[in-house]
Design a protein around this ligand. Sequence first.
Ligand SMILES: Nc1ncnc2c1ncn2[C@@H]1O[C@H](COP(=O)(O)OP(=O)(O)O)[C@@H](O)[C@H]1O
Ligand SMILES: O=C(O)C1=C[C@@H](OP(=O)(O)O)[C@@H](O)[C@H](O)C1
Ligand SMILES: [Mg+2]
Length: 187
Amino acid sequence: MTENLQIPLREKNIVFIGFMGVGKTTIGQLVAKKLYRDFVDIDVEIEKTYKMPIPQIFQEFGEPYFRQIEKEFIIDTCMNTRLKIVSLGGGAYLQKEVREVCLSHCIVYFLDLSWDSWKSRLPLIIDSRPVLKNKTLDEIEELFLKRLDAYSLHNSKIRIHDQDAETVADHIAESIKITWDIYQPQD
Ligand SMILES: Nc1ncnc2c1ncn2[C@@H]1O[C@H](COP(=O)(O)OP(=O)(O)O)[C@@H](O)[C@H]1O
Ligand SMILES: O=C(O)C1=C[C@@H](OP(=O)(O)O)[C@@H](O)[C@H](O)C1
Ligand SMILES: [Mg+2]
């Protein structure tokens, strides 16, 4: 899918990608507020449509089904909406069509957290991420490293050290505003 040059930069959705637990949902919400934009969390949209939490969707329909609906929701959002801040689920970007539609229609921000820092997030998410179920720490690290190839296809990367979510969101909002001013100055 080629770059969609018809969408003015300032109107492009901004999409957050990165491993589960890095803060896409939390930081996406904060950035949306700072930029006066609507926030869309793909997982939340799916849960609203299916009236059940993601782990239950995995349980009842299986992961392949979840991946298919996740892809459909993302393609629809990227193709048919503008001006939004969008947080994907951590596995969505592994699908080629998801990468293509995000890179051709949106600005893709990769939230990059080191494995060592990420381990402190594990207790916070272990009960709500079915992909982590029954995996050893080594297996999770393997998944973490394996997904970096897909995440490397982005427009911008934010390396998160140990800053709180608000600080990271401030940094991202400022960098987006600078990008807009450079590439599409307001008259
Ligand atoms: N910068 C941060 N510092 C510390 N905890 C964070 C930070 N960002 C998010 N969290 C916490 O990590 C957990 C996962 O955050 P979430 O936004 O759901 O990540 P994702 O959407 O990438 O899976 C939540 O408990 C959240 O409060
Ligand atoms: O990494 C993954 O495969 C997943 C990440 C989750 O979203 P978050 O990245 O917001 O936790 C959610 O989509 C589902 O549990 C699958
Ligand atoms: Mg999330």
